[in-house]
Design a protein around this ligand. Structure first.
Ligand code: 3HC
Length: 279
């Protein structure tokens, strides 16, 4: 398929990589030349690592299927476009309005990788809400096999079927269906767990290291909740928490002050070099 990806950060690059590794033709669009160059470097590094581990034959061959640029018009001929820009509703809504104008095929799927913003609100800014759907990947995208498929209220059944087939049959992921509610299935469970761990640190109840060791060794989690928060990004964690809190008004979803102060200070986790841990 002709795939478009908007955004080449942590998630966008992972999605582009998985699509290209599955043999698809991928056009990635970033907002400026510096970000496009950083995105290209991110893709190259990840694919070279995959090649070194023998997971793919040739990084160069996969990279040939990916073009990274700055012009949204390059998405005109795409059959599916997956948006993976910052978790900011006004930015995403503005992008969907543009995609509606740019993507030519009337049956093209306009997908969003949002973690928490209602699909129906993004669909509403387009003239084709029946083609808009949530296709939510998990970080690291090349490693984690889940995709949440999130139809909005007006998403056509055919769009849901095609997006599910794309995730499962084309990309080899496992798809689960989620309702269009903030956090969907996984984040609605995972984020309050992470927030509880942050509250424990904030209250001096236990150290980040002990909490993480506890969950890794005592509950067989692949990584503890604070290391996971650093992996997700503390800004994204806070953004998802805000969306959940706004939707359900449950105190367990409210971002704790420590998380907010860390984000305001620029401590964003692994991507900024420091969060609960230093990288
Ligand atoms: N890209 C590609 N491959 C990667 C990778 C990356 N960024 N990070 C790790 N890997 C690969 C490694 O190459 C390795 O492959 P191998 O087994 O074939 O050699 C394998 O994954 C395991 O990696 P490591 O040995 O380096 O380290 P770990 O065994 O500790 O695994 C981990 C790292 C895969 C990140 C694992 O700890 C994990 O799965 N953690 C939980 C992650 C998680 O819960 N993510 C969901 C976040 S929520 C989300 O994304 C939703 C969003 O909306 C907020």
């Amino acid at each position: 398929m002709r795939v478009g990806v908007v955004g080449c950060g942590l998630m966008g690059a992972g999605i582009a990589e998985v699509c290209a590794r599955a043999g698809q033709d991928v056009v990635v669009v970033e907002s400026d030349a510096d970000r496009a160059a950083a995105g290209r470097a991110r893709l190259t590094a990840s694919l070279e690592k995959a090649q070194a581990k023998g997971k793919i034959d040739s990084a160069a061959e996969v990279l040939e299927r990916i073009s990274v640029g700055e012009d949204l018009q390059a998405l005109g001929d795409r059959e599916i476009v997956i948006e993976a820009i910052a978790e900011d509703e006004s930015l995403k809504a503005a992008l969907f309005a543009q995609l509606d104008q740019i993507v030519k095929a009337s049956d093209a799927i306009l997908a969003t990788n949002t973690s928490s913003i209602p699909i129906s609100r993004l669909a509403a800014v387009t003239g084709r809400p029946e083609n808009v759907i949530g296709v939510h990947f998990f970080n690291p995208v090349p490693v984690l096999s889940l995709v949440e498929i999130v139809p909005g209220l007006l998403t056509a059944d055919e769009t849901t079927r095609r997006a599910t087939d794309f995730a499962q049959d084309v990309l080899g992921k496992h798809a689960i269906r989620s309702p269009d509610r903030a956090g969907f299935v996984v984040n609605a469970l995972l984020i309050p767990f992470v927030l509880s761990a942050i509250r424990m640190v904030e209250a001096g109840f236990a150290t980040a290291e002990d909490i993480d060791e506890g969950l890794v060794r005592g509950a067989a989690h692949p990584m503890g909740p604070l290391r996971l928060a650093d992996l997700i990004g503390l800004d994204t964690t806070a953004a998802v928490a805000r969306s959940l809190y706004e939707e359900f008004k449950e105190p367990l979803f409210a971002p704790p002050p420590l998380l907010l102060r860390m984000v305001e200070t620029g401590l964003l986790g692994r991507k900024s070099g420091r969060g609960f841990y230093t990288y």
